[in-house]
Design a protein around this ligand. Sequence first.
Ligand SMILES: NC(=O)c1ccc[n+]([C@@H]2O[C@H](COP(=O)([O-])OP(=O)(O)OC[C@H]3O[C@@H](n4cnc5c(N)ncnc54)[C@H](O)[C@@H]3O)[C@@H](O)[C@H]2O)c1
Length: 389
Amino acid sequence: MVEIKNLVVVGAGQMGTGIGQVALMAGFNITMVDIKDEYVDKSYANIDEGMKKLEAKGKFSEGKTAAGYMANCKKSIDMASAVKDADIIIEAVIEDMNIKKQVFKTCDENAPAHCIIASNTSTMSISEMATATNRPDKVIGMHFFNPVPLMRCIEVIYGDKSSDENIDAAIGFAGKLPCLRGDRYIAKVLKDRPGFIVNRITAPVQIYQNYIFDKAEAEGKTWEQLDNDSGGPMPTCVLADYVGIDTIYHGLKYYEKTLSPDFAPGKIIARMFNEGKLGAKTGQGFYDWSKGRPKPDKKAGKARLFKLKYPIAIMLNEGCRVLEEGIATSWKVCDDALMAGMNMPGPMAPNVNNSAKQVEVLNELVELTGKKYFEPCELLKSAKWVDMK
Ligand SMILES: NC(=O)c1ccc[n+]([C@@H]2O[C@H](COP(=O)([O-])OP(=O)(O)OC[C@H]3O[C@@H](n4cnc5c(N)ncnc54)[C@H](O)[C@@H]3O)[C@@H](O)[C@H]2O)c1
């Protein structure tokens, strides 16, 4: 099995920076790669700042310093030469299959033969990326959650041709990456299907959100009012801005192509994407982020559009599809991955005795929205998923 010492992260944006930081904390040598000096400089500065904060809080073991860790952090805008000593490469460029394939091709042509090439894609086919290489057995998915230092889950994903040996090496590597909020949870994803486990289960909730965004605008409600329906530190619109409207848009387009036309981006998401209002990263999305994370004002009142019973039923149905398709074999893995990846209680355990009621809620939602994707799947209707623990 490959011994991993050197990690190259390609794409030094939001996710790549977090991945680089935790790998550095685990003692690996890392190189951050991007297309412009200013991007790698910014990523390096963010990692440095994060490490200094941890040092000031006394989070490092005896004798370890931020400066000591940073000595193992390199930056480069020359991907071909940066990967020449890599044991593992994690690609975290934008969610665009053509760009990802180009990155995989360059990495394959220049990295040592033993090197594993992993993608941090949120949705896309690992097997398709592997076709751009001559080492499909060493191409895998390693899907982290945002922010990487705080979210415990990492999904390690089989492409059609990934070998058990390389998956096991990646699981071993992932398990060494520290998390500031407890032990890492590594979810093994057995089939390369859109969205894998966590994002797949939550994906169709976005069909419902599209419906709600468009309805809110049509009824003259504000985003604050809509966010007051769900509440919490990251209500619907704040979360969408935080994740990135472009990430959501590209994800929906991909699911539209691979799962169902019902995933087509709604009017609001398409408009914000086309206007470049991408959320936190551009300073404007649903909200103005120029003064930090927005807090919806409770005094704005509620839109009374969003109903929690629908997302719960949608996620249970999709969890059953994950089991039907053999992406995971246990509903407990689905629930645990959701908690570790999104800090969100999974939909399955609370519904073990409740399939019939959720089938009714889903039928009601099909009626309300006209979206056939919400129709209950066979495994949910049969209630046999309950035994797949
Ligand atoms: N944002 C999230 O919450 C989240 C969570 C999990 C996974 N992901 C996935 O991680 C990946 C990156 O997302 P992000 O949010 O960090 O995006 P981002 O836009 O913050 O960063 C992407 C980086 O890739 C760089 N890049 C583009 N083309 C490149 C190339 N050819 N070579 C090298 N670098 C290149 C860009 O300059 C940018 O710095 C996407 O596949 C996304 O789906 C995102």
